[in-house]
Write a protein that binds this ligand. Structure first.
Ligand code: BV8
Length: 244
């Protein structure tokens, strides 16, 4: 890869997989979350049942419990070599760099990444559905928690559900317009607008690289695809980029 100045990196569930954070599963064309509840048998939650505003309105107890379980599971996982390599790149890179993550876990920041945008929200944050105030929230969040700002019993997981607008889109589009390298790590390319970022980057003339365990829905858009586990591919790519 030639020398670059400004880099945008998109990450998905695959970068956290080797930390033990379950990715999506698709069975018979349906997308599920594989969630380990108290017992060791994974339970499958259909995305439509837990990741839409309609699901939150229809069954707040289920949706809050689903996110409580995933938030609690964060205490048992650690950043892996891929998160650490990206944080090292972030610290050493003198050009523009933005890590855009679709993930709602906190593993990028725990590895030390700073130039980071959570476009689908964060497990450790609460959003007030009444006044849109946000607050750090590492604990369980039963439905109806009062907002510290407006006092309404309206706190919800600070998560971008399907049909809601992802966070930081202006910042992301600006970074894509100015980058000369776009790297996608551990994402299936199943969810938009994230899945379309590679096409935007190409239109702006950037070089494009995919690092993924297997071919994804978007592989055809990338100038180069390297297949393998993120904990091997990402540190090697960061070494290569810093040595350029
Ligand atoms: C929006 C919440 C308008 C947090 C999530 C029809 C066509 C096109 C689009 C649509 C359509 N109908 C509706 C839409 C839009 C919709 C959408 O894309 N639907 C899909 C299902 C078709 N999108 C939306 O609604 C978005 N909003 O469009 O608003 C708008 C847009 C722009 C500007 C203004 C307005 C909102 C989408 C956000 C939904 N919320 N999550 C949470 O609970 O997690 S998305 C959810 O799915 C996850 O957060 C994650 O982002 C995504 C799953 O994708 P991945 O991260 O890629 O994970 P996955 O498991 O699928 O893949 C893992 C990959 O890793 C695999 O490829 C695997 O091979 C690889 N891997 C595994 N292990 C490893 C590995 N790689 C390396 N190493 C390993 N060890």
């Amino acid at each position: 890869m030639s020398k670059h100045s400004n880099i945008v990196i998109l990450t998905g569930a695959g970068i956290s997989a080797e930390s033990g954070v379950p990715t999506f599963r698709t069975k018979g064309g349906e997308t599920y979350w594989e969630v380990y509840e108290d017992d060791l048998v994974p339970k499958y939650h259909r995305v439509e049942d837990v990741c839409t505003p309609e699901a939150l309105a229809a069954d707040p107890v289920l949706v809050h419990r689903f996110y409580d379980m995933r938030r609690a599971a964060l205490a048992a996982v650690q950043p892996n070599a891929a998160h650490q390599a990206l944080a090292r790149l972030d610290r050493s890179w003198s050009g523009d760099l933005l890590i855009v993550t679709q993930n709602v876990d906190d593993l990028h920041e725990r590895a030390g990444a700073r130039r980071l945008q959570h476009m689908h929200g964060e497990l450790n944050s609460a959003l007030c559905a009444a006044c849109e105030a946000r607050a750090p929230w590492p604990d369980p969040m039963p439905p109806g928690q009062p907002c510290a700002m407006c006092k309404q019993p309206a706190l919800r997981p600070d998560i971008v559900f399907f049909g809601e607008v992802p966070y930081g889109m202006e910042r992301i589009e600006e970074a894509l317009a100015g980058c000369d390298l776009f790297v996608s790590i551990g994402t299936s390319g199943a969810v938009y607008p994230a899945a379309g970022f590679v096409q935007l980057a190409r239109r702006f003339g950037a070089e494009t690289l995919e690092l993924n365990l297997e071919r994804s829905a978007g592989s055809g858009w990338f100038a180069q695809s390297r297949l393998g586990p993120a904990t091997q591919l990402v540190p090697a790519w960061v070494d290569e980029t810093l040595a350029d």
